[in-house]
Design a protein around this ligand. Structure first.
Ligand code: SAM
Length: 270
């Protein structure tokens, strides 16, 4: 993969910036979390980690049992903790974390050195892009992605590549925030949220992605809104950890105004 393809904001945010160190996150994960069932009275950093693990579990449960024969790839695996959790808790045959940023792949290998030693043939981290996946045709049973697709410049290449690497009947599970359709939502998000204004996050309407999946040969395309489990819990945690003007505090009003929502999208390779 040509490293010049990494968008400048993604290069900075996950390079020297190392977003996982920001106060909004905890434990090395970099997602907004699934707060269902977590007591929001006074959320702790441990609760924050738990919320991020729960988001992974929600995605991984979407792969059918028995899981011990399934070979998976995670796209946008960050520090690789989710891929290690997938192996440890869900007992997949193999999981390869793929990330566009070489610094993230290096961090994932260092942070998960023990897991890599425990599962030498079953866990790996490698460089690759959503629209240029480092796998041969029909070689995987599953592809998943957790809070990374908002960074992909466009989603048709990701849909096409996921279809290519999955065997017929293989499953794709993607979770992140998708935007409301139309230029108005994109413009308002750029005003509200620095991450949209500077191009780190790209406004992807949900139906753009589901249509791309169908056109790429996926069937049974479903989407579930989980915003109610993400934004109120996240914002409660942020109240105690970042100033009220911090950009991440603007996700809750953006969700309440209907400008974006968090979804889990599933699809089956036809
Ligand atoms: C918000 S982090 C999420 C990391 C991890 N999934 C988690 O939940 O902790 C997004 C990750 O996606 C990666 N990424 C961004 N654009 C990508 C692309 N086009 N292909 C593959 N990875 C990408 C970034 O480098 C970053 O590590």
């Amino acid at each position: 993969m040509d490293h010049n393809r990494i968008p400048p904001t993604v290069r900075q945010t996950y390079g020297a910036g190392d977003l996982s160190k920001a106060a909004s996150f905890a434990g090395g994960f970099i997602n907004f979390g699934d707060w269902q069932g977590i007591d929001l009275t006074a959320p702790t950093p441990e609760d924050r980690i738990h919320s991020q693990e729960q988001l992974y579990r929600r995605v991984l449960r979407a792969f059918p049992e028995p899981r011990d024969r399934l070979r998976l790839a995670e796209v946008g695996s960050g520090r690789g903790l989710g891929a290690a959790l997938a192996l440890r808790e869900f007992r997949f045959a193999a999981v390869t974390g793929v990330d566009i940023h070489p610094d993230q792949v290096e961090r994932a290998r260092a942070v998960n050195a023990k897991a890599l030693a425990t599962y030498p043939d079953r866990l790996a981290y490698t460089i690759g892009a959503a629209d240029e996946l480092p796998f041969s045709d029909a070689s995987l049973d599953g592809v998943y992605s957790v809070e990374a697709a908002q960074h992909f410049r466009e989603l048709t290449g990701f849909a096409r590549e996921s279809a290519r690497v999955l065997r017929p009947g293989g499953r794709l599970v993607v979770t992140t925030f998708f935007t409301a359709p139309g230029p108005d939502a994109a413009e308002r998000l750029a005003i509200l949220l620095a991450s949209f204004a500077d191009g780190l996050d790209v406004p992807h309407p949900l139906d753009t992605f589901t249509t791309a999946l169908t056109r790429s040969g996926f069937t049974d395309v479903t989407s579930e809104s989980i915003g109610t489990h993400v934004w109120p819990g996240l914002d409660r945690y942020l109240t105690d950890t970042v100033p009220s003007a911090h950009w991440t505090r603007h996700f809750l009003p953006a969700w309440r105004d209907g400008l974006l929502d968090y979804h889990v999208v599933t699809a089956t390779r036809g």
